[in-house]
Ligand binder design. Sequence first.
Ligand code: NDP
Ligand code: 2IT
Length: 449
Amino acid sequence: MNEIMEIVRSKDPAQREFHQAVQEVVDSVKPVLDRNRVFRKEAVLARIIEPERVIMFRVPWLDDQGQVQVNRGFRVEMNSSLGPYKGGLRFHPSVNLGIMKFLAFEQVFKNALTTLAMGGGKGGSDFNPKGKSDQEVMRFCQSFMAELFRHIGPNTDIPAGDIGVGAREIGYLFGMYKKLANEFTGVLTGKSLNWGGSLIRPEATGYGCVYFAAEMLATKDDSLAGKRCLVSGSGNVAQFTIEKIIELGGKVVTLSDSSGYIYDEQGVDLEKLAFVKELKNMRRGRIQEYVEQFPNAIYTGAEPARKFNPLWNHKGDCAFPCATENEINGHDAQNMLDCGVGLVSEGANMPSVPEAVGVFIENKILYAPGKAANAGGVAVSGLEMAQNSMRLNWPREEVDNRLKIIMKSIHQTCLEASAEYGEPGNYVVGANIAGFVKVVNAMLDQGLV
Ligand code: NDP
Ligand code: 2IT
């Protein structure tokens, strides 16, 4: 195990997020390898941490001033033992190969947990969509796809959205793919409804994250009704997490973006949520505007140098981090416990640093890691692929029911795997072991490739 981590670190010393994601899985699966000589002999760990293929490419585009801009594009095809590579595209200035590899690695285990036939991948660019015109975003997406199209396909690799990639970007990317491939096919998920998208895909990650929380609470004969909830982010995942919490009777008191957060003691209701959706999805504004519209709320600007994030220092029962990786540090985790938080369900990928995860686990709160709790998004992407293959569209209730069944099954799988390996109730260990065993068995069936 130590040797594997040494290799991971020395081969790619700068890829800290990737080291972090691998370390967590390595720690979790140690008892599996101890019990299984074949896994050790076949060097499954060394194989699973190495991407099957990495594509890096130049993305040149012209801005509205006619200036040439150059970004870097990525697609990490991590593991295809369970199905074609599947995973989102992220457009954010922080994107680099280490971030892409951590996300692709997490995606492999997440997709395995969904019960659907999907391998894992991730891609994106260091392009920053903030402040860009629709025309600039379109030219960027077209240039990005001009290279990516030769590497993807409905049975090869199926990208979707992530941070900075929503319905607008998926539309431009799809249009360019269709032109280049001369094929109308389900090569991307998260498409708009009237040209191949699935009902519930926009809602799926947030809804699924709340369904998972409800499953965890049900193990304690509890529910979300009356719970005070702290939510971070205000994008796709946060918006539909809030919508479902409200529907199930909870009260959401926080929301954020990268500039700061709002605290609304009266709670974010459906009317306020509609404002947030319009603000973020249509006007692409800042969350600070919330307090101009609803003056009872308080806005606090982000200060990265601060030891802890005050968003996580409000009285609450449940927390739903839905912004980005490593947004909860050890201080934040301790503050959350001191404020009464007894459940954390991660909408974001790897939002908690290892120290924070340690605090949650030691204190035995209900803690669901992203690869289990946010799997609803990619699961409904899998359902979108199924519908595309059939050239049919399922009604809302059908997709939502399937999503509920999948989240329930992931919850059960995590509990069973954690109990089997002597750590009952530890969803981190459960998710990592269940995902790992499924992927590794498929890899071994398919030989040394
Ligand atoms: P969006 O782009 O829709 O929203 C992202 C939100 O997070 C925005 O509020 C954004 O603020 C904030 N944010 C982004 N980066 C940072 C940062 N460095 N610091 C603070 N805040 C930040 O993305 P999604 O809602 O789709 O994604 C949110 C998280 O959920 C990500 O971790 C993603 O990987 C994960 N996820 C997404 C899925 C999906 O289906 N979309 C599926 C599973 C997981 P700002 O507007 O200022 O940038
Ligand atoms: O992190 C994720 O699971 C996603 N961004 C969704 C991926 C997908 O293919 O729907």
